[in-house]
Design a protein around this ligand. Structure first.
Ligand SMILES: NC(=O)c1ccc[n+]([C@@H]2O[C@H](COP(=O)([O-])OP(=O)(O)OC[C@H]3O[C@@H](n4cnc5c(N)ncnc54)[C@H](OP(=O)(O)O)[C@@H]3O)[C@@H](O)[C@H]2O)c1
Length: 282
């Protein structure tokens, strides 16, 4: 018998229904959600995300504006456009699409976004509030990974969680969220020795490396563990794979999130959940 699936598609559907209802209720009271995306130049994968977000917004009844400035824009021009977007009272939240052109620094520009409108939650203010357990906009992917496991009724209290990856987008915020759920947390990275041995101690294993498909195999997994695979790695034929070798992990784990159909399916809805919560706060 294989692991039980952490079904991201099903959870995304449930979330979408709830969000649609709440956005409609607020709209009826004259408060319309409006998300603005800013792209600097164009990039195939980020343009794909924009079109996906646009479709999701339409389904949820949220206004979505895809703004774009020239790839050659200076830091000052990009910052000016971000400030202009955030200053508009009709704008609920904004997203800066990544990657930005090489001459710009995404982390520097993220600091220009008004934290109250940064629905992606990856800036010093929102991350600082996360560390203080005073949640504002939580980083979407980390929130999606933890919520996907939580909604399945998984008990976190006192469990040992191991997070593979220490990025500010996924690894670190996921570790903070797990800590707040009373897990004992170990964060691993490319310099961690004996990775399989550390992972085998995990009751909850969150993998967010994205280096090579299938690195995490059954030898990394404690029997019955919850495995949440965050990675999305482009493979041949326009498909995506995760960090986990699905077949061997599935034989050992108690719960497993598939790729595709796991965390990635939930992340977009979490972006709109952050937008809804932002709208309610404004
Ligand atoms: N599902 C979604 O919605 C969603 C959203 C965002 C990202 N993602 C995916 O999640 C993955 C991680 O994204 P990210 O932005 O966090 O990536 P990132 O910034 O490249 O961070 C990757 C992390 O994994 C660690 N790592 C890489 N190879 C490793 C190895 N062989 N052994 C141990 N640790 C290793 C790195 O360690 P060092 O710090 O030592 O370099 C780093 O901390 C990617 O596949 C990305 O596509 C998915």
């Amino acid at each position: 018998m294989g692991a039980q699936m952490l079904d991201g598609k099903a959870y995304a559907k449930t979330l979408a229904e709830q969000l649609k209802k709440e956005f409609a209720e607020l709209k009826a009271k004259g408060r319309e959600g409006h998300l603005v995306s800013l792209s600097i130049g164009s990039d195939e994968s980020s343009d794909w995300y924009v079109s996906n977000q646009k479709k999701a917004a339409e389904k949820l009844g949220v206004r979505y504006t895809a703004d774009r400035i020239d790839a050659a824009s200076t830091r000052e021009q990009a910052a000016a456009r971000i400030r202009e977007i955030c200053a508009r009272p009709d704008v609920t939240g904004m997203i800066l699409q990544l990657p930005v052109p090489k001459h710009l620094d995404a982390n520097d520009l993220a600091k220009v976004i008004d934290p109250a409108k940064n629905v992606e939650g990856v800036d010093p203010d929102n991350l600082g509030h996360l560390v203080m357990k005073q949640y504002r906009n939580l980083p979407c992917t980390a929130r999606a990974a933890v919520e996907l496991a939580a909604q399945s009724g998984i008990d976190f209290k006192g469990k040992h969680a191991v997070v593979l990856g220490r990025s500010i987008i996924v690894g670190k915020p996921a570790a903070m969220l797990l800590l707040d759920k009373d897990c004992t947390v170990t964060i691993c990275h490319s310099r961690t020795p004996n990775l399989p041995e550390v992972c085998r101690q995990a009751d909850i294993l969150v993998t967010a490396m994205g280096a090579k498909p299938g690195i995490v195999n059954g030898d990394y997994v404690k029997p019955g563990a919850v495995v949440v695979d965050v990675a999305t790695i482009a493979v041949e034929g326009g498909k995506y794979a995760g960090d986990c070798d699905f077949e061997s992990v599935n034989k050992v784990a108690g719960w497993l999130s598939p790729v595709p159909g796991g965390v990635g399916s939930v992340t977009t809805q979490i972006l709109f959940k952050n937008t809804l919560e932002t709208l309610k706060r404004q």
